[in-house]
Design a protein around this ligand. Structure first.
Ligand SMILES: [Zn+2]
Length: 193
């Protein structure tokens, strides 16, 4: 089996560029609380998973901080690289979710890990997509717009399939862009670990 993380260097570089652009856009909008000037205040991330060389593209979560004395509030823009506070990067969460669905469908023998992610974590994510994620206001608003509808009992594989193109990188880029609004606490939706 081809390792799902390998061979995606171009996709990862593209995702970083998208995050840079969304951060710049948010910066130009100024502080949401006082209108003050926002400065970059990235914070370090130590992503788990078998990212290899690509790991360096995931070492910073882009973030902004208000420069006005007395405010100093942080604004963390949307991201196509990180799904909330999850310690694995968004791409890995999606790919592993799809692999898990396939394994469940075929009843294949399982090891202890899936693409480097412990099975207990994979199972937790699987449950989260169908309960935690479907309960977000984001999903409740967006699901009606997806035609044909996405099978909520088969999330997240059904969502990836819905956005699917013939090219894997393009497919994941689209799904990650779709999910970007739920990736920040600034949008008041916590994603858990
Ligand atoms: Zn401010």
């Amino acid at each position: 089996m081809v390792h799902p993380i390998e061979g995606n260097a171009k996709l990862f570089a593209m995702l970083e560029k998208v995050d840079e652009e969304m951060t710049e856009q948010a910066r130009c909008g100024g502080c949401l609380h006082c209108g003050g000037v926002l400065h970059r205040a990235d914070y370090p991330r130590k992503p788990r998973g078998e990212l290899g060389e690509a790991e360096k593209l995931f070492e910073k979560r882009f973030s902004l901080c208000c420069s006005r004395e007395g405010c100093r509030r942080r604004l963390t823009p949307q991201s196509v690289r990180f799904l909330g506070r999850k310690v694995y990067v968004g791409f890995v969460v999606l790919v592993v979710g799809v692999m898990w669905a396939e394994l469940m469908r075929t009843g294949a023998v399982l090891g202890k890990r899936l693409a480097g992610v412990p099975l207990r974590t994979v199972r937790r994510w699987d449950a989260w997509w169908r309960t935690g994620f479907t309960a977000t206001s984001f999903w409740r608003a967006e699901r009606a717009r997806l035609l044909p509808p996405v099978d909520e009992d088969a999330l997240v594989a059904s969502l990836v399939e819905r956005f699917g193109t013939t090219e894997q990188a393009a497919t994941y880029r689209r799904v990650l862009a779709f999910l970007a609004p739920v990736t920040t606490n600034s949008a008041r939706i916590a994603m858990g670990s």
